[in-house]
Write a protein that binds this ligand. Sequence first.
Ligand SMILES: Cc1cc2nc3c(=O)[nH]c(=O)nc-3n(C[C@H](O)[C@H](O)[C@H](O)COP(=O)(O)OP(=O)(O)OC[C@H]3O[C@@H](n4cnc5c(N)ncnc54)[C@H](O)[C@@H]3O)c2cc1C
Ligand SMILES: *[C@@H]1O[C@H](CO)[C@@H](O)[C@H](O)[C@H]1NC(C)=O
Ligand SMILES: *[C@@H]1O[C@H](CO)[C@@H](O)[C@H](O)[C@H]1NC(C)=O
Length: 528
Amino acid sequence: MATMLLLTFLISSLIMVTVGLAIDFMEILRLGIDGQLSVDPSDVETASLDFGLLTRGQPLAVLHPVSAQDIARVVKAAYGSNQGMTVSARGHGHSINGQAQTTNGVVIQMSGWKGGNKPPRPHVWAEERYVDVWGGELWIDVLKSTLEYGLAPKSWTDYLYLSVGGTLSNAGISGQAFNHGPQISNVYELDVVTGKGEVLTCSEDENTELFHAVLGGLGQFGIITRARISLEPAPNMVRWIRVLYSNFSAFTSDQEHLISLHAEPSNQKFDYVEGFVIVAEGLINNWRSSLFSPQNPVKISTLFPTSGVLYCLEIAKNYHESTAQTIDQEVEFLLKKLNFISTSVFTTDLLYVDFLDRVHMAEMKLRSKGLWEVPHPWLNLFIPSSKIAEFDKGVFKGILGNKTSGPILIYPMNKNKWDHRSSVVTPDEGLFYLVALLRSALDSGEETQSLEYLNNQNRQILRYCDEAGIKVKRYLPHYTTQQEWMDHFGNKWDRFYEMKMEFDPRHILASGQRIFTPTFPSLSNMPS
Ligand SMILES: Cc1cc2nc3c(=O)[nH]c(=O)nc-3n(C[C@H](O)[C@H](O)[C@H](O)COP(=O)(O)OP(=O)(O)OC[C@H]3O[C@@H](n4cnc5c(N)ncnc54)[C@H](O)[C@@H]3O)c2cc1C
Ligand SMILES: *[C@@H]1O[C@H](CO)[C@@H](O)[C@H](O)[C@H]1NC(C)=O
Ligand SMILES: *[C@@H]1O[C@H](CO)[C@@H](O)[C@H](O)[C@H]1NC(C)=O
């Protein structure tokens, strides 16, 4: 009892001291910042939450920066303070597990600005075919600005309301990754504010270590304030095709065949290869299925095999209206080699922009039904291709039953399109799959839709992989102990740790990833 009281007393005085000092810290910050430092409850509330709606972490203040210098001032103040103060960049807050949150510090709101001053707009270098963008720029705005020059980035995410700095801190993947690599393979140069508050330009040739560490670096080494992104001439149309399989092995061999064509000339391969799993219930609660159902809901339901699971290959070919006469032949040639259920071809032609922005349409629909701002216990796994059939048996045809609570994406990628020097971790095989279980928890009273049920199922899936010897790596990883992070990084851990000591030795940045605990210099050595 006495120790309890003492502990309570110690903790509450610690809180008082922290709050007192935090206010001094904020006074310092108010000087010399061109952006806006805010303690406005609505700003603080926004920064306390994310898309996952699973964790909450309230910062002391939110900075709306307009330059790298603004950010450098805040990080320097945190670096020089003796309060274990943290700084977390937040893009669009589309993390699942509080990765952009912090409780003892400042959130830098990189996307969506407030006030008169603004961060720099995208600058397109048309001749050189790249664009310089602010780290908080959303990909949708990058696209709009490059299209004015008839150009576009090459590698995407499925959803464009994500920030450049946020996706480059993970990898940034979609159906173009088999061909162009992830987004982190399509960046020439970065400006980064390190954990010491220095602003450094880095690239393949300059501050090379920092460049590779930051890409896929989970925000641990610096805050990306500018990225130089590679561009290509933009197509204006897309032929978007979906075909169905009931045979998983036929489905994956076709996917693997299609991505093996990456080195072929562009008229002899698809530009986009993805896929998804459809279980009976998935027809209702699936962002993707809406694309079939208006046309032909009956047909699909009659195709369900006894396993209750169908697989949909999703492929797309870019074209320009001026070259439209060859697209039919090119597509026909490619489809001829595939073994899908022949009666199940769904084709749509649409504008390139509408294709890239397709998930936003689904978002609007879900929002209108109140189904967007709900908890999202997502699980994203990279699975070695040699084990994908086992995963299918154990998970799609096993653990999931006939309930998925959201889309399940599955598509393979070529490891040789990933630079091994980046911080991201992928399986030890030349081909690996993304399996993304993008589930929404609902308070509907039905047990299988509850957060608890879905969390348990996620744990069950991970345990199954572990026991079956399927060496998965998590994408958008989330762990709570350093030992788990060491296991995640495997032989990349030593390097990751070394880079952390060099670029953020006080563990100020992105503490919401829970890889490193902020250090209190009063308990260790102050920097000289
Ligand atoms: C609907 C939806 C669809 C998605 N689709 C895809 C997809 O197709 N492919 C894919 O790869 N991912 C996808 N994602 C995941 C997405 O890439 C991650 O959520 C990622 O974190 C980007 O989101 P954000 O910009 O909001 O970053 P935040 O969640 O704000 O931040 C993510 C992490 O990066 C750090 N960070 C943010 N900005 C910076 C910066 N400028 N410099 C350094 N660190 C920074 C943060 O501190 C945090 O640790 C999707 C997410 C959602 C919600
Ligand atoms: C599934 O497809 C594979 C080819 O990938 C084939 O060998 C196998 O016989 C098919 N199985 C069934 C039940 O049709
Ligand atoms: C789904 O699974 C439940 C129990 O696991 C079963 O009762 C139900 O019939 C199944 N529904 C379909 C459409 O397969």
